[in-house]
Design a binder for this molecule. Structure first.
Ligand SMILES: C[S@@+](CC[C@H](N)C(=O)[O-])C[C@H]1O[C@@H](n2cnc3c(N)ncnc32)[C@H](O)[C@@H]1O
Length: 255
């Protein structure tokens, strides 16, 4: 008789342990094995059973651990050897999370996948800072764009988004800030506000806000060891500190 095999793909949320879904938390609490990514808050793993096997398959810049192919194989091995398997990913598995690739591979191996959505950093980071992604009369959409494509370049979608009213939310863009700002400045005014939010929803969350024409000032403030997103668009002016900083800038006070 063929044994039924299943992997549960869980979005862990943006960082704050309280921002995982109730369903995601229940999956962690009942798992026999959890394979988790680098951006998952490891505090969540304290919820696992005492005898659960915890495997860090995380990949961070310059600290590659497992290739995507190796992760696929680890998942298949887990499905063959354990009953309850959780694949835990940062944010939501389907937002630049390679969730679709893992599902295809597992299904091709005859393994079912249950998906538990997560709160993506793309939405949580601006929201946690009081920056609305849409505001009536200001913009009509938001785009979530990668700041680094598979060939290391910026996405062509950036210039399309820059020609619309959209709020542009850029993931994986910290190292390409200069290229991104140069591209967007071809279409948008230098006065357009932007924010960089790092370690969003964590105790050490940081934000810096400026106008696009001043983007070079932000480069030296970036902590490249921490995850960060860039938010570009007029909605950033809704941030509580924006008006105050604008007044300081107009008065010529340097930070
Ligand atoms: C590979 S993508 C995964 C995104 C994830 N699936 C999600 O929905 O949030 C990793 C990127 O997400 C962003 N990111 C994830 N967590 C973050 C956080 N707590 N604060 C800021 N940016 C974050 C960063 O841009 C990081 O480089």
């Amino acid at each position: 008789m063929e044994v039924y095999k299943k992997v549960t793909l869980v979005g862990a949320g943006p960082g704050d342990v309280d921002l995982i879904t109730v369903k995601g938390l229940k999956a962690i609490q009942t798992a026999d094995i959890i394979l988790y990514d680098a951006l998952v808050n490891t505090e969540l793993l304290k919820e696992a059973k005492a005898d659960a096997v915890l495997v860090n398959v995380g990949k961070r810049f310059n600290r590659r651990k497992y290739s995507q192919e190796e992760i696929h194989q680890l998942l298949v091995d887990a499905a063959n050897n354990y009953t309850t398997i959780v694949r835990l990913k940062g944010g939501d598995s389907f937002v630049f999370g390679r969730g679709a690739e893992e599902i295809s591979f597992l299904e091709n191996c005859g393994i079912d996948v249950e998906i538990i959505p997560g709160v993506s950093s793309a939405l949580a980071a601006p929201s946690n800072q009081g920056i609305p992604l849409t505001k009536r009369g200001v913009n009509e959409s938001f785009w979530v764009v990668t700041g680094t494509t598979s060939n290391g370049e910026i996405s062509k979608d950036l210039s399309l988004a820059a020609q619309s009213t959209a709020t542009i939310i850029i993931l994986m863009g910290m190292r390409n800030l200069s290229k991104i700002a140069t591209e967007i400045l071809q279409y948008k005014s230098g006065f357009t506000p932007f924010a960089i939010i790092q370690n969003a929803t964590m105790a050490d969350e940081k934000i810096f806000i400026d106008s696009l024409s001043n983007y070079k000032n932000s480069i030296e403030l970036i902590d490249y060891s921490a995850p960060g997103i860039i938010v570009i668009g007029d909605v950033v002016a809704e941030h509580p500190s924006y008006l105050e900083e604008e007044i300081q800038r107009a008065l010529g006070v340097t930070f």
